[in-house]
Design a protein around this ligand. Structure first.
Ligand code: SF4
Length: 178
């Protein structure tokens, strides 16, 4: 049986959504026979395979220019894109910095209000976007999974539904499971 090729991507988020994915526990064993994770912080594989993947699951909001480049490749290399969790779906926690400018944010975090070594970074932090954005404002998203994080059972049901070929029913709609 051909395995469904999956990638996961971590943008501006706390990793809680990836942890919730791992919390699906024994379902992971069921999935192991049916999926192959080819790019993910979970397995430390950093690059998409040349022919892309079937599904990419995106955690986190879009906060900097590097994220824009990542998402461009995600859309190009993925048949289905899933926005996993409220940061990806709405901007959520990372977007709380939107009322202030990126420069003011950097000043507050690294500059004059820093308690030690107050120096603005000039290399390590990619240029910040003026406004943190949800994923669907940057690339088309096929499936949204709400929650902070989405419950493991919701993630499991969504992934199993995809594996069973139920994508059309899910496309462009919120998933709500009891
Ligand atoms: Fe973390 Fe919640 Fe954002 Fe997921 S939605 S990355 S759990 S803050």
């Amino acid at each position: 049986m051909n395995k469904v090729k999956i990638a996961t991507v971590w943008l501006s988020g706390c990793a809680g959504c990836h942890m919730s994915f791992l919390d699906i526990d024994e379902t992971l064993l069921d999935l192991a026979d049916r999926i192959e994770i080819l790019k993910s912080p979970l397995v430390d594989l950093k690059d998409f395979p040349p022919d892309g993947v079937d599904v990419t699951i995106v955690e986190g909001a879009v906060a900097n220019e590097e994220h824009l480049e990542i998402l461009e490749e995600v859309r190009e290399k993925s048949k289905i894109v899933v926005a996993l969790g409220d940061c990806a779906v709405t901007g959520n926690v990372p977007s709380m910095r939107n009322p202030i400018s990126p420069q003011e944010l950097l000043e507050r975090v690294y500059g004059k209000e820093a308690t030690v070594n107050g120096v603005l970074p000039d290399e390590v932090v990619p240029p910040l976007l003026k406004r943190v954005r949800p994923v669907h404002e940057v690339i088309p998203v096929d499936i949204w999974l709400h929650g902070c994080p989405p419950p493991a059972r919701v993630i499991a049901k969504a992934v199993l539904a995809l594996l069973d070929g139920n994508t059309p029913q899910l496309t462009g709609k919120e998933l709500k499971f009891g």
